[in-house]
Design a protein around this ligand. Structure first.
Ligand SMILES: Cc1cc2nc3c(=O)[nH]c(=O)nc-3n(C[C@H](O)[C@H](O)[C@H](O)COP(=O)(O)OP(=O)(O)OC[C@H]3O[C@@H](n4cnc5c(N)ncnc54)[C@H](O)[C@@H]3O)c2cc1C
Length: 384
C-alpha cells in the first residue's frame, strides 16, 4: 500500500500567485509545501508590464526590481495603422521578463522557509469535506488540510474552473527581440499598444535591452493566416508601418514564438457551495483580466497575499477569501472586459483610437479605472 503523506498546507503552482502566498505564509512561520510543474525557470506568455500595484506587492514581498534590471516605462503610445497618439502614464511602470521575476519570487519564498518541489505536476485533486481533507495526486499521494490552487490557466482534474473553458476564443503570443539600435532608443521608456484587425499587441523593453512583443488575436484571425506565426506577423506589420519599422532588422530571441490558447478573458470565479473549505483559488484560477490593462500580475499577487493573510487570520475558511477577492476584482475585470471587446473589433478600435487621439488623457483614465482600488491592496497586505 502506498504511504500517504500528510501536509498542513500545499500550494500547487509556483507562478506569481502561488509564490507570493508561499512568501507570506513562510514569513508568518507557517511554511507550505509548494509543488511546481516546471523543473526549471522558463519564459511565459506575458506582456511583462508591471503596473504600480504589482510593484507595490513585489516590494512588500522583498523583490528588488532595480537589482533584477527591470526597465522603466513612463509613456503609453497607442498605434493604429499609420497613426499614433501618446500620453504620460499616471505612474512609472516596469518591464521585467517572467523568467526572471517568477524565479526571484520562488527563491524569495524558499529563503523564507517554503519547501519547493519542482518538476512535478499535480494530476488530480479530490476533496472529502466531511473530513476536511484534500487529496493531491503528484508522485506519492498527499493529504492536505489546506490547498492553495495557483496553476494559472491550467485546470487540474477534479477542480476545474466552472465556465472558464467555454469562454476563450483568444490566442496569446510572445516573442523577445534584439532590436536595431535606433529602434531600441526610440522604444525606451514607452509601452506601445498596437491595434490591428482582430487583436492588439504590446511592445516594450524588458531587462538587458531586450524588447518584448506580446499580442492577442482571435482564433479565427490566426486560422485565416494558416495558423502561422510568421504569416500573422507579416499581416500585422503590413497593416501597421510603425511596428514594421520597429521590427526592421530585429533578431528574434526564441526559436519560435511562445503561445497560449483559449484565454478565458473576463472569467471570475463564483463561490461554489460544492467546493470545500480549505481550497483557495489564486491568480488566473480566480479571475482573468484582459491583458491590455497590464493588471493580471497585480491580481495574481493580490490574490496570493490576500489568501495567505485570510488563512492566517481565519484558518481554512476559504469562502471568506473568495468573497473578498471577488469584490476586490469584479469591477476591474468587468470594465476591462467591455474595453477588450471594443478593441478587438474594427468599429470599436476606430472609436477608441479616435477618442484617445482627440483626448489623450482618456488613456490615462482607462489605466486608472481598470486598476484594483488602493484600499483593497492595503487590506490584502496588512489587514485580513
Ligand atoms: C497574452 C497575455 C499577456 C499578458 N500581459 C500581462 C502584462 O503585461 N502585465 C500583467 O500584469 N499581466 C499580464 N498578463 C496576465 C498574467 O500573465 C497572468 O495573470 C499571471 O501570470 C497569472 O499568474 P498565476 O500565478 O495565476 O499563473 P501562472 O503565472 O501561469 O503560474 C502558474 C504556475 O503553475 C504551474 N502549474 C500549472 N499546472 C500545474 C500542475 N498541474 N501542477 C503543478 N504546477 C502547475 C505552471 O507551471 C506555472 O508556473 C498577460 C496574460 C496573457 C495571456
Amino acid at each position: 500500500m502506498i504511504e500517504e503523506r500528510k501536509e498542513e498546507i500545499v500550494i500547487i503552482g509556483g507562478g506569481l500567485a502561488g509564490a507570493s502566498a508561499a512568501c507570506i505564509l513562510a514569513s508568518a512561520g507557517r511554511p507550505a509545501l509548494l509543488i511546481e510543474r516546471d523543473a526549471k525557470p522558463r519564459h511565459k506568455v506575458c506582456g511583462e508590464f508591471l503596473s504600480i500595484e504589482a510593484q507595490t506587492f513585489l516590494t512588500h514581498l522583498g523583490i528588488d526590481l532595480d537589482a533584477l534590471g527591470a526597465s522603466r516605462i513612463s509613456d503609453l503610445r497607442l498605434v493604429r495603422r499609420g497613426n499614433m497618439t501618446e500620453v504620460r502614464l499616471p505612474f512609472v511602470a516596469r518591464g521585467l521578463s517572467r523568467m526572471i521575476l517568477d524565479e526571484a519570487l520562488l527563491q524569495q519564498a524558499r529563503s523564507q522557509g517554503a519547501r519547493i518541489v519542482r518538476g512535478q505536476a499535480v494530476r488530480r485533486i479530490s476533496a472529502d469535506p466531511s473530513h476536511g481533507r484534500i487529496d493531491v495526486a503528484a508522485g506519492d499521494p498527499i493529504s492536505a488540510d489546506t490547498v492553495f490552487l495557483a496553476t494559472g490557466k491550467h485546470d487540474v482534474r477534479g477542480m476545474k474552473r466552472a465556465s472558464a473553458g467555454a469562454m476563450g476564443d483568444v490566442i496569446g503570443f510572445k516573442m523577445h527581440y534584439d532590436l536595431a539600435k535606433e529602434q531600441r532608443q526610440a522604444l525606451k521608456g514607452a509601452v506601445e499598444v498596437v491595434l490591428f484587425s482582430g487583436g492588439y499587441a504590446g511592445l516594450q523593453m524588458v531587462e538587458h535591452d531586450v524588447a518584448n512583443l506580446c499580442l492577442v488575436v482571435s482564433r479565427q484571425g490566426f486560422e485565416q493566416v494558416g495558423k502561422s506565426w510568421g504569416a500573422l506577423l507579416d499581416r500585422i506589420t503590413g497593416e501597421c508601418p510603425h511596428l514594421a519599422e520597429r521590427l526592421q532588422g530585429a533578431l528574434p530571441g526564441f526559436e519560435r514564438a511562445l503561445s497560449i490558447f483559449q484565454i478565458p478573458y473576463g472569467f471570475l470565479h463564483a463561490q461554489d457551495p460544492n467546493e470545500p473549505q480549505g481550497l483557495f483559488r489564486l491568480g488566473d484560477q480566480v479571475g482573468v483580466i484582459p491583458s491590455f490593462t497590464g493588471e493580471g500580475m497585480s491580481i495574481a499577487l493580490h490574490s496570493g497575499c490576500l489568501a495567505a493573510s485570510t488563512f492566517l487570520a481565519h484558518g481554512r475558511a476559504s469562502s471568506i477569501f473568495h468573497h473578498r477577492i471577488r469584490s476586490d476584482t469584479r469591477r476591474s475585470i468587468r470594465l476591462a472586459s467591455i474595453l477588450n471587446h471594443a478593441v478587438r473589433h474594427a468599429a470599436g478600435q476606430r472609436a477608441v483610437f479616435h477618442v484617445c487621439r482627440i483626448w489623450p488623457a482618456a488613456m490615462r483614465h482607462a489605466t486608472t479605472l481598470t486598476r484594483v482600488q488602493e484600499a483593497s491592496i492595503e487590506r490584502a497586505l496588512f489587514a485580513p
